[in-house]
Design a protein around this ligand. Structure first.
Ligand code: SF4
Length: 357
């Protein structure tokens, strides 16, 4: 196992690149930690980043830990959408701290810039993150270090404080100048790529968080694909969730993500979508509900609809297939998930209820 001086939270965004490169330029051996979950992370880009920026990077999967955090309601709350940025940073820093001895590293680098983001990069929030993650002794924020209290690494002489930066605010001029100085020519686009800050994704995730007693990370991978249909009876969600492909690519993705206890629906004799039914512990998919789901699936196939008669749908689970005949139909039952305003309203109620407990 290679050893390093520092572990750097490496999202692939410009700040994480600059913070890592700055410490490398001071002669420190830096390993990038790229955190992945169904909500963020681009592990497929790691080899390219390594080549382009000359930073070795390892991928760390925090999917289930992150889902558990979301399901229990993040202690520091959500941002504008479903993004628990403060708790997210705390979680990543805690994990990085645990990895320090593994790589014989002595400190952690984070590319946060003071005042850059309203929720997670205010001075008081930076302190909360550092204290709650218990990384006071080992955390360095090289891009804004000159404006932050002196760290033990600077006090001990391990790091020359004069070489660190004092970037502040939302402007990017300082970052671009530093990029030039460090020879970073490929500047990534500013968008962070975290789905938790997108309303469309939040709509997809919300019913899973509120319906499953113990949501699993792979459910959110499914939520990232295709149409999300939840069954309703008299406007109440019954908990039956079906994910349906919108095109060939979605169908292929779904079939890769499916696990044996889930139902796979496919039309036997007509082109059309594939769908996955996700059972919730303790809630049955009765024959009636399976038929409803199959009819709904068939209704998304123009050729099956034009057929004008019943069509065959294959339902596979645990490797066993059964075939049922249904008329393409969507009279009630499986419907699109909530709109963003409905989701936000429910999120606020959840927040208030927890605050009162
Ligand atoms: S935007 Fe997403 S990845 Fe970034 S800190 Fe917030 S929750 Fe975490």
């Amino acid at each position: 196992m290679n050893t390093f001086d520092a572990l750097s939270l490496f999202s692939g965004g410009l700040d994480s690149i600059l913070a890592s490169k700055l410490m490398q330029s001071l002669g420190h051996k830096v390993l990038g930690l790229h955190f992945v979950s169904p909500f963020f992370g681009k592990p497929e880009q790691v080899p390219e980043w390594e080549r382009e920026y000359g930073i070795p990077i390892t991928t760390i999967d925090v999917g289930q830990e992150f889902v558990d955090l979301m399901a229990a309601f993040p202690p520091h709350g959500f941002g504008k959408v479903l993004n628990p940025c403060v708790d997210c940073k705390i979680l990543m820093l805690r994990r990085a701290k645990k990895l320090l001895p593994v790589y014989e590293a002595s400190y952690i680098i984070s590319g946060e810039v003071l005042g850059q983001r309203p929720m997670s990069q205010r001075a008081d929030t930076l302190n909360i993150i550092r204290n709650d993650a218990d990384v006071r002794e080992v955390l360095l924020r090289p891009l804004s270090a000159g404006l932050l209290p002196v760290t033990p690494m600077e006090e001990s002489g391990l790091i020359d404080r004069a070489k660190l930066r004092s970037l502040v605010g939302r402007g990017r001029k300082g970052q671009y100048a530093l990029a030039k100085e460090l020879g970073v020519t490929k500047i990534p686009t500013q968008a962070g790529g975290c789905r938790l800050g997108e309303r469309e994704s939040a709509r997809r995730y919300w019913p899973i968080l509120r319906t499953f007693p113990k949501p699993l990370a792979p459910y959110f991978d499914l939520a990232n694909v295709g149409r999300q249909l939840w069954r309703r009876e008299a406007d109440t969600v019954t908990g039956h969730w079906m994910v349906m492909g919108r095109d060939y690519r979605d169908n292929q993705k779904l079939l890769k993500l499916v696990s044996p206890e889930q139902y796979v629906f496919e039309l036997k004799s007509f082109p059309g979508p594939s769908a996955v039914g996700v059972p919730i512990p303790g809630l049955n998919w009765t024959d009636e509900i399976l038929a409803e789901a199959a009819a709904c699936l068939a209704s998304f196939s123009p050729k099956a609809r034009m057929h004008g008669d019943a069509v065959e749908v294959s339902i596979e689970r645990h490797g066993a297939e059964r075939i049922i005949s249904v008329r393409p139909d969507r009279p009630h039952g499986f419907e699109d998930n909530l709109t963003w305003p409905q989701t936000r309203a429910q999120q606020k109620i959840w927040e208030r209820t927890l605050a009162e407990i």
